[in-house]
Design a protein around this ligand. Structure first.
Ligand SMILES: CC(C)(COP(=O)(O)OP(=O)(O)OC[C@H]1O[C@@H](n2cnc3c(N)ncnc32)[C@H](O)[C@@H]1OP(=O)(O)O)[C@@H](O)C(=O)NCCC(=O)NCCS
Length: 208
């Protein structure tokens, strides 16, 4: 197996079907054997996600929020947890009781028109183990399921880890630079036909 193949080997299996509008919960096994559950966030995850932000370095928060690395107002975190359009995934290591399992990573998908935006935050002591790559692949899959045409990632130009994480998708991306911010646009292959206002059967758009 190549180095590339070894590093991207992350096992994933469905745990149980998701509720409508949520992502299917899945179990992940990282290349080092660590197992985690990945599921949709709910409002009840506020303390766990606040703890994730507390335990991240200022540099990680800065890279995630492009400068807004100060303390997070609960209202802002709550909006991230239950986005009106999109999905937020949280990763919890297994082996904890449900209430005690820490949130070690968060992945956000926010939709706008035909495009979705993705962003990741992996706790510093969980970085470089394949988790960010696995979550980004999950977000790409979620975006395709929801029928988006492209995925935008706004990344600080110096953020080499995130550039490499996107590179591991091995999909051609358009690159746009605006000062210190780079936007990578990953084209998606929609897995489901989009149903919108203009649908010939007049069906309403599904909740994304
Ligand atoms: C970017 C981030 C999500 C990557 O998560 P991760 O779990 O460390 O990613 P992986 O372990 O899957 O590694 C993915 C790639 O990044 C590289 N990488 C990860 N951390 C790195 C570091 N500190 N320095 C250099 N490369 C790094 C890995 O080596 C791998 O690349 P490779 O296959 O070419 O070797 C994580 O570093 C993070 O949360 N950073 C802070 C927030 C952030 O930058 N968010 C992005 C905003 S869009």
């Amino acid at each position: 197996m190549t180095r590339w193949g070894r590093q991207t080997l992350v096992e994933e299996r469905a745990i149980r079907p998701a509720a409508r509008g949520c992502a299917d919960p899945v179990a992940l096994r990282l290349p080092d054997g660590t197992e985690l559950g990945v599921r949709s966030a709910t409002g009840d995850d506020l303390p766990g996600v606040a703890d994730l932000h507390e335990r991240c370095s200022a540099r990680s928060r800065n890279r995630r929020y492009h400068g807004g690395s100060a303390r997070f107002a609960p209202a802002r975190l709550r909006r991230l947890l239950e986005p009106a359009r999109g999905v937020t995934l949280l990763a919890n290591p297994t082996g904890f009781s449900p209430l005690a399992a820490p949130v070690v990573a968060m992945a956000n998908l926010l939709g706008e028109g035909d495009t979705a935006e993705a962003a990741l935050l992996v706790r510093d002591d969980w970085q470089r183990r394949g988790l960010g790559s696995a979550l980004l692949r999950r977000l790409v899959w979620q975006a395709e399921q929801r029928g988006y045409a492209a995925l935008d990632l706004h990344i600080q130009a110096e953020n080499r880890p995130m550039m490499r994480t996107v590179g591991r998708l091995a999909r051609p991306s358009a690159v746009n630079r605006d000062g210190s911010l780079v936007t990578l646009t990953v084209p998606l292959t929609a897995a489901l036909p989009r149903i919108g206002a203009g649908h010939p059967l007049g069906l309403s758009a599904p909740t994304r």
